[in-house]
Design a protein around this ligand. Structure first.
Ligand code: SDX
Length: 427
């Protein structure tokens, strides 16, 4: 395989080194392109552009492969728990029992949030979207914790990471409880990480909390499946904001806002709203398939398609199976699951979707499980953020430890050429 790539323009040849990743991805290193040729590349949405070299997550969109630090998502979803996967993503290795227990103890020690944060939460109306509340509260954490992390100190970095992993679930639970008009509660240090999340979210003030292993196991698996996904929109946002040496909490807050969009993490809420709309409209899936294919209709089949997966999203496969299991274990019969399945069947047999390699993605079935767990639709993307937190942290840490340059893309200017100012009375 050649170690260089050559571009030719106007009869001049330019040579660039070629980088090959550990899974044989090939990249032309164009760091010297503008210096050599005066040219830049143009790639809206960065569909062909690598922003970094990373050792955290590998995915192959054609083969439907997803691995965290070399371990397949199928094995991790089956055999690991979420905190173990968080440790793996952030520090690069599966923890020993001692390391995992210590990690959890360190997190518990930091799981109290300054009471003044409740005053900030109180200022939001109940109608506020939970993603906006969560992004604001995460950013507000900066006021109560030193905003910049001394990345040259592993200890300082570890402390900031543990603080965020400890306080974020409390903010998630408070965001839900604010919306439901419930008292804001702290967790229970005797519980597991995800068990504690479930208790903080679901405990009712007038009832004895009874843990439900089906709910906890389903949540744990969903959080693992959402934990990282290489350079997606929100992770790239976290890296971009962090590249200016803004603090970890500020970078994560920016990532939450990017995830909120319906083309990205907001799709899990949009899928349920779409399925409910189809149900309310008589369940005519064929009508909505036609709308999805009509270029004059802005309607898209939410939960379908992916920038990278041109085959089944491996997470969707696992979540679809889990949806059936969780609903039957909980004795929930949700008619929109059947609508989802018939939409999926139709789409997989439809030439428009086949030609464009549009398959169900992670968001297509996840909302059905969240709904069965009693989580309100507007909280679905908050759950996505809770799952993605360790991935964002891992990517931010990798970028800062490698001291990568500040992100600052170029552009092709297509505006007015120079012109002379005209006084307002002459215009
Ligand atoms: C996530 O990047 C990640 O890794 C994200 C994520 C993660 O874990 O971080 O996996 C999480 O964000 C999953 C995606 C969730 N979003 C949705 O489900 C929203 C619906 N999907 C689409 O909007 C779309 O598929 C995207 C945004 C996901 C991907 O868009 P691309 O890669 O920019 O593809 P495109 O818009 O250029 O579409 C290519 C063609 C177009 O048709 P043509 O112009 O070629 O005729 O496919 C069509 C699109 O119109 N198309 C769809 C469609 N998705 C793409 N048509 C109908 N319904 C859809 N859902």
């Amino acid at each position: 395989m050649s170690k260089t790539a050559t571009l030719e323009y106007n009869g001049v040849k330019y040579e660039f080194p070629v980088t090959v990743g550990t899974e044989n991805e090939i990249a032309m290193d164009i760091k010297t392109l503008r210096a050599q040729s005066g040219m830049i590349t143009l790639d809206p949405g960065y569909k062909n552009t690598g922003s970094c070299e990373s050792a955290i997550t590998y995915l192959d969109g054609e083969k439907g492969i997803l691995r965290y630090r070399g371990y397949t998502i199928e094995e991790l979803a089956e055999k690991a728990d979420f905190l173990e996967v968080a440790y793996l993503l952030i520090f690069g290795e599966l923890p020993t029992r001692v390391q995992l227990d210590q990690f959890h103890e360190d997190i518990k020690d930091q799981s109290v949030v300054d009471e003044d944060m409740k005053k900030i939460l109180d200022s939001f109306p109940k109608s506020a979207h939970p993603m906006g509340v969560l992004a604001s509260l995460t950013s507000a954490l900066i006021a109560f914790n030193p905003s910049s992390v001394n990345v040259t100190s592993e200890e300082d970095m570890y402390r900031a990471i543990v603080k965020l992993l400890a306080k974020f679930p409390v903010l998630v639970a408070w965001t839900l409880r604010k919306k439901e008009g419930l008292p804001l509660d702290y967790g229970d240090d005797t519980l597991g990480y995800v068990e504690n999340v479930a208790k903080m979210m679901f405990k009712k003030p007038n009832k004895e909390y009874k843990k439900n292993d089906i709910v906890i196991n389903a949540l744990d698996k969903l959080l693992i499946l959402h934990a990282d996904h290489e350079q997606n929109c929100s992770t790239s946002t976290v890296r971009m904001v962090g590249s200016s040496h803004a603090g970890l909490f500020a970078s994560i807050s920016a990532g939450i806002s990017a995830l909120w969009g319906p083309l990205h993490g907001g799709a899990n809420q949009a899928v349920i709203e779409m399925l409910e709309g189809i149900k309310a409209d008589g369940g005519d899936t064929k009508k909505y398939m036609a709308k999805a294919k009509d270029k004059n209709d802005p309607f898209r089949l939410m939960g379908f398609g992916h920038r990278v997966y041109k085959n089944f999203d491996p997470r969707a496969r696992i979540i679809k199976k889990a949806a059936d299991e969780v609903l039957s274990d909980l004795g929930v019969n949700d008619p929109i699951l059947e609508i989802a399945k018939s939409l999926e069947k139709e789409a997989l047999e439809d030439q428009y979707f086949i030609d464009r390699k549009l398959y169900p993605n992670v968001d297509f079935y996840s909302g059905i499980i969240y709904r069965a767990l009693g989580i309100p639709t507007e909280m679905f993307t908050v759950m996505f953020a809770l799952g993605r937190l360790p991935g964002w942290i891992a990517q931010w840490r990798e970028m800062r430890l490698k001291d990568e340059p500040i992100g600052r893309p170029r552009q092709v200017y297509i505006g007015e050429n120079q012109r002379t100012f005209v006084d307002i009375d002459q215009r």
